[in-house]
Design a protein around this ligand. Sequence first.
Ligand SMILES: [Zn+2]
Ligand SMILES: [Zn+2]
Length: 523
Amino acid sequence: EYDIPIKIVIQPFDYEIHEKKMIRAYEGDGTLVNSNEFNGMENRSTIKSITKKLEKMKMGEDTINYKLRDWLISRQRYWGCPIPIIYCDTCGIVPVPYEDLPVELPKDIKFAGKGNPLKTSVSFVKVQCPKCRKPAKRETDTMDTFVDSSWYFFRYCDPDEKKLPYRKDIADYWMNVDQYIGGVEHSVLHLLYARFFTKVARDLGLHSCDEPFQKLLTQGMINKAHPFCLECETFAKKAEMHDKKCKRCGTEYILKSVKMSKSLGNTVEPIGIMNKYGADAARFFILFGASPKSGLEWSDEGVDFAYKFIRNFFHLLREPIEKVRTKSSIRDELITYNLNKTIKMVTESYEKLAIRDVINHIILFFSDLTKYKDEGGLKEIFNECREKLTLLFHPIAPHTTEEIWEHLGKKGFISLANWPSYNDSLLTVENEFKWKLMGNTVDDINSIKLATKKDKLKHINIIIAASWKFKFYSLLIGLIEKSRDQGEIMKKIMQHYEFKTYAKFINQTTAKILKNIEGRIQA
Ligand SMILES: [Zn+2]
Ligand SMILES: [Zn+2]
């Protein structure tokens, strides 16, 4: 219209555009051209540098665009807060006086299935004008329920307050919410409105909280394998989900994971699972199979595993230990170490909402404790372990653990009991190394027993290298990284007095190792 010459500044990555052939502007990403020092750069990542230059040239500055649009909050529904407005033929639009608030929903309404039910309540609609006292009409639209969900968490802090939405000191004490959890469908509107309300109410002096939610977790969806046609690139419809082949093209279906939905008919009714396996198994499976963020892949085998684990857990912890030892052994030390480590890991994982990790730690310790019980142990140690393990598992299997708690002779509910603490002084690096080494040694012995087919051994001799050798090799590894000169290395090693007696061995070994390294480098 104004004959301004067209100048291309962004070229797409995979093809080229020309001014003359263009019928509309190219709005996608690409490489910058005709842009002086920014030529050849990727457009998105260059936004900041271009903004900086514009600021320097005093031609612009960066700003945040919230894309907030006007929000029409009125709805023609019964469920919602009444809008406190009265229409008078004489005075026009009159707000309901403060002392008459809140306007409550009437009960004498008829749900006819069409129109706004509030219009059917004469007692609600017919009012006196607050200004001129003449007959007037009440607004029958209600507010969008998003209005309520934008600040309900403040009311939760102070639900019994009669005169105010909530008291400031109480809201300031409890808010903000430590951990907010919601579906991805709320990630835009609800959270934006909630933040908006929080900030407006703060500016009005109703509280001092700046952000409503400290942390947010958006949970994933539940997926399940469903017949899919590769040819048509569609999932089988509900009526076709038991077919082997696609109705449209005859291609054999493959199974592909998809979000559970009523329209595909691939939903699993929780009530069916609960009837068959119990609510604890259903909950355990969902928590174990899903990481909260990425969602859950449904599998029937998974539910079965959860059911069996809960059953075994119940039996192991309910029954007292049969093989009771009276003398303490290294096994007691090991199980105590594992118990304390498990409490620490489980507690930390719960706090991070890494529920799958929680369950993995519990399963590991459960197998340790099974072994301890089978091999025989100290009664008080087994009892301590089963009490604390029951507590750790409680949030995941509340019914089962409550039942075990009663069997353990505990008074009161487990849900009201204190969370177990752990002894941090046991969880040292040395201890971790020690128990890992022992575990590896036991595994090695078992492998040797298996390989030699001698499963009934009376006696095992374990030959252990002298501790100075460990020190020598550690030192040598460090020195070799800096120098390959044998004389120099020997000089440094021999500065350590404790190696004097072993000089001959050290000299020979060092020579051998250096030769070995040379050989490898040449190869
Ligand atoms: Zn009036
Ligand atoms: Zn097909």
